[in-house]
Design a binder for this molecule. Structure first.
Ligand SMILES: CC(C)(COP(=O)(O)OP(=O)(O)OC[C@H]1O[C@@H](n2cnc3c(N)ncnc32)[C@H](O)[C@@H]1OP(=O)(O)O)[C@@H](O)C(=O)NCCC(=O)NCCS
Length: 387
């Protein structure tokens, strides 16, 4: 199996990009990626392009990949949209890895979403389309409502305190202070999280990710081509992906994300590393309970034991496993289709020692965990430098 290198990664700021269309926004992410390194990247060697996107507000549902590729000056290159809800670009990244393992020289994986050009009614519609339509969406369930059920059950089964959820938000807002690409660059206190307006009990405003516009991209090459570009790339060590029942009532348990466990198992086996070798992780914290579930199901902490570790600061930048140094979905923002490769951007920055004030000393192996909907689709990627 050919080795796969990531030679550049970049993104737009996440937040509101009034009036910018898909083409311009994606181009901005590509320009940021090209500027992220001090070597030239021969984009004309691209064989395959994968664009993660849920719906771009419904404005360009059909054929966005062709439009984007045309704007990048790559007309003629094979391109397609990849849709797996909020995990769309995690899967786009995985598809790009497979393309290179199967003989491509260069592949582009990216994601884009424009959510803020819609009124709140349409926004709710687009957010809801990734749950089970028959049993969840048309019955009135929202993602905040579904994750609130998971939170309540986790609190009941494991005695998880409400404060542990809140601490994930406090920590991620603190991390985002040092990320110029983050949507929210303001610290919040535990009291503020606990007294915020309720969205779906027990989840308040600050337990939820926001709605965001943004684009992100990673450029991948084969071990043969990388030699012509750089002698110090970031390597993809392992890729895993899995699915689970879409509606949560069909799952055996709602306090664990089975797709996360399966995807992590595959990624760790392929990477031939164990959990204690991971220096930092970007995990899918669309709601604060999702971060608790992720760090347990990925294996950083035993089931039911993450809350006390979070409260002790073990997932902060100074803790034993820094989680979401970028600010995570909570504070960096969550433009659905752009989130997966957005996490890869943070891995690339940390592993190339370019994360500025949020840099983790001696980071050599990172993990990215991207989830679609309430856990039905998941990718886990492990990347390393000098390994
Ligand atoms: C949490 C949520 C309901 C808030 O929406 P809203 O009530 O319409 O909020 P508004 O957009 O009117 O913003 C009100 C204020 O709160 C802030 N805000 C909005 N969402 C926020 C969030 N998630 N965290 C922190 N602040 C937030 C806004 O910046 C704004 O502040 P301002 O008044 O200082 O400008 C909405 O962001 C949401 O649905 N999030 C979840 C998205 C989702 O489900 N994604 C898929 C996950 S699987």
């Amino acid at each position: 199996m050919k080795k796969v290198a990531v030679i550049a990664a970049g993104q737009t700021p996440f937040g509101t990009h009034n009036g910018k269309g898909m083409k311009g926004l994606f181009q901005e992410a590509v320009e940021d990626a090209l500027a992220s390194v001090d070597y030239q990247i021969p984009l004309n060697k691209t064989n395959e392009v994968y664009i993660g996107n849920l719906g771009a507000g419904g404005s360009q549902l059909g054929n966005p990949a062709a439009l984007i590729v045309e704007h990048l000056g790559l007309v003629g290159v094979s391109a397609r949209r990849v849709e797996n809800a909020c995990a769309s670009s995690g899967f786009a990244f995985r598809d790009a890895i497979h393309a290179i393992r199967n003989g491509a020289d260069m592949a582009i994986a990216g994601g884009i979403e424009i959510m803020n050009d819609l009124n709140s009614g349409h926004q709710r519609y687009w957010l809801g389309v990734s749950g089970d339509t028959e049993w969840e969406r048309t019955a009135g369930a929202t993602f905040s409502g579904i994750y609130a059920l998971m939170a309540r059950r986790h609190m009941y089964e494991y005695g998880t305190p409400r404060e542990a959820l809140a601490q994930c938000a406090v920590k991620n807002h603190e991390n985002a202070l040092n990320n110029p690409m983050a949507q929210f660059r303001k610290a919040i206190s535990m009291d503020r999280v606990l007294s915020a307006p309720m969205v779906a009990n027990p989840l308040g405003l600050f337990d939820c990710c926001p709605t965001s516009d943004g684009a992100s991209v990673a450029i991948l090459v084969s071990e043969d081509l990388v030699k012509e570009i750089t002698d110090d790339p970031v390597w993809v060590l392992g890729s895993g992906a899995a699915t689970d029942h879409l509606a949560i009532h069909d799952r055996q348990k709602i306090t664990e994300l089975l797709a996360t466990r399966k995807a992590a198992d595959q990624a760790f086996k392929q990477a031939k590393v164990n959990i204690s070798q991971i220096d930092f992780a970007e995990v899918h914290d669309c709601f604060t309970i999702a971060e608790i579930l992720a760090i347990e199901d990925l294996g950083f902490f035993e089931k039911g034991k993450a809350a006390s570790e979070v409260l002790n600061g073990e997932t902060s930048k100074r803790g034993k496993i820094p989680v979401n140094t970028s600010g995570g979905l909570k504070a960096k923002g969550h433009p659905l289709g752009a989130t997966g490769t957005g996490q890869i951007v943070e891995l690339f920055k940390q592993l190339t020692n370019k994360a500025d004030k949020r840099q983790i000393a001696n980071a050599s192996i990172g993990l990215a965990h991207n989830v679609g909907g309430s856990g039905a689709t998941c990718t886990v990627h492990i990347m390393g430098k000098g390994v």
